[in-house]
Design a protein around this ligand. Structure first.
Ligand SMILES: O=P(O)(O)OC[C@H]1O[C@H](OP(=O)(O)OP(=O)(O)O)[C@H](O)[C@@H]1O
Ligand SMILES: Nc1nc2[nH]cnc2c(=O)[nH]1
Length: 178
């Protein structure tokens, strides 16, 4: 997957600089909200990788970093209801404040599931942060993401860690398929 996928017909929604600036503002908000609380920050792979790299150096509390890998979309553009666990974190979440870092809050099933899972692991608090929140009304009834740096329209988006058919996570800025 991800080899030789041609650059799709797409339009740029945000430049890399605009994303970076928005994440810097978001980090200030997270620093205010979570103050000096030590965090276990979990990068939700793969999509959350670039976003985590932008956010982490802007956080001012002590952070222990780990990663988890679940997938709902499996390199396709439509997600199923089932989440597949690929990698679990090594760090214990017991009595910790956990920061989940993901690229996109779309239908919200991934973060809703992961937040509940982290609480089951004994976390004291789970805070979720994403790079983009897709604008539509198909969100979970009972779960909201705590913080989103930017909004994107209800289109398939890629770039800054988000894939198009398994490729182009490296695209600079955020693009949508036209
Ligand atoms: O809000 P949702 O509708 O649940 O979708 C959001 C999730 O979808 C993508 O993951 P994907 O399953 O594609 O795996 P990936 O991170 O490896 O791309 C993305 O990284 C989020 O984790
Ligand atoms: N790349 C990508 N992954 C997603 N996962 C859920 N929604 C999206 C999307 O719009 N783009």
């Amino acid at each position: 997957m991800g080899h030789n996928i041609a650059w799709p017909e797409s339009k740029q929604l945000y430049t890399e600089q605009q994303v970076s600036d928005a994440v810097a503002i978001q980090a200030e908000e997270i620093n205010r909200t979570l103050a000096k609380t030590p965090l276990v920050a979990l990068c939700v792979l793969h999509g959350g990788m670039v976003y985590s790299g932008l956010l982490l150096p802007k956080l001012t509390m002590p952070v222990s970093l780990d990663a988890i890998r679940v997938t709902r979309y499996r390199n396709t553009t439509q997600g199923g209801d089932e989440l597949h666990w690929i990698t679990r974190p090594e760090l214990s979440l017991k009595n910790k404040t956990v920061l989940l870092m993901d690229d996109i809050f779309d239908e919200g099933k991934t973060l809703e599931y992961l937040a509940a899972w982290a609480m089951e692991q004994g976390a004291e608090r789970v805070y979720s942060a994403v790079m983009v929140d897709k604008q539509h009304n198909r969100k979970p009834q009972k779960y909201k993401v705590d913080s989103a740096a930017m909004a994107v329209p209800d289109e398939y988006v890629f770039g800054m860690g988000m894939d198009y058919k398994g490729a182009w996570r490296n695209a600079s800025g955020i693009w949508h398929i036209v």
